[in-house]
Design a protein around this ligand. Structure first.
Ligand SMILES: [Zn+2]
Length: 248
């Protein structure tokens, strides 16, 4: 493996890894969009369940109040009848008080029932709205399901192909150089840099003259003292490529 061959392999590996990153980002964002929609749908369904439960509870309470109202109506009829049969003023007063109290209770129940009816109607309206929203997202998901699945499959296939390419490239590198590459890639996102004029192509810092001179001999790699990326000398376009030194 000459240094030149390894430079070519390193550059290809860098390009492959950049493409892999793009593919994986695209995969992640497709999956995230799908998850987001499913999340909204499940929130709407939970909201619907809560509304249904509270609506059922209101309906139950309303039923109990209706029963009470009927019983109060019966009591009221009885009290009125009693009033009509009163003989003394004392009896009349007492019976009138009873009728008044029952009437007040009756009115209170009526108002409560009315209020619950209004709330129930409002809740049913909200539920219908939520149901519509959920149905829309559900339909959207169903409609796009095929497209999203085929995009995901195609991206996954591309990733698998790139990984195969990558494997082949890795065999063209010395194991030690590859290990170094991997370590820097994890930390920096990219691992390879070159220099033509004495500055690092990745971080743009100036290399020391000694390091630069050494790289210009093109018999080994070095690491940029600033960003630690693997760095090699790349002649300016037009400069003779004849002095290819051989590596071990
Ligand atoms: Zn650098």
């Amino acid at each position: 493996m000459t240094i030149h061959e390894q430079v070519v392999a390193l550059e290809s590996l860098g390009a492959t890894d950049a493409e892999l990153k793009e593919l994986n980002d695209a995969l992640a964002s497709e999956r995230a969009a799908l998850e987001r929609k499913r999340g909204i749908l499940s929130e709407l369904q939970e909201k619907l369940d809560r509304s249904r439960a509270s609506s059922d509870e209101m309906e139950h309470t309303r039923g109990e109040l209706m029963l009470e109202l009927r019983q109060l109506g019966v009591q009221l009829d009885k009290s009125r009848e009693k009033l009509s049969r009163c003989r003394t003023e004392r009896e009349v007063n007492a019976a009138q008080r009873e009728v008044e109290e029952l009437r007040k209770l009756y009115r209170d129940r009526e108002l409560e029932i009315q209020r619950l009816s209004e709330l129930g109607q409002q809740a049913r309206g909200e539920m219908a709205q939520t149901q519509t929203e959920a149905a829309e997202i559900d339909a959207e998901l169903a409609q796009n399901e095929g497209q999203v699945a085929s995009r995901l499959t195609s991206l996954e296939r591309d990733v698998a192909a790139k990984l195969k390419e990558r494997e082949a490239l890795v065999t063209r590198l010395k194991p030690q150089l590859y290990r170094r590459y991997e370590m820097i890639l994890k930390r920096r996102g990219t691992a390879v840099a070159h220099t033509t004029d004495g500055t690092c192509s990745a971080c743009h810092m100036m290399l020391s003259p000694m390091v630069f001179q050494q790289l210009m001999r093109r018999d080994d790699f070095s690491q940029c003292p600033s960003c630690n990326r693997i760095i090699y000398y790349k002649p300016a376009p037009g400069e003779a490529e004849d002095s290819q030194a051989s590596g071990a």
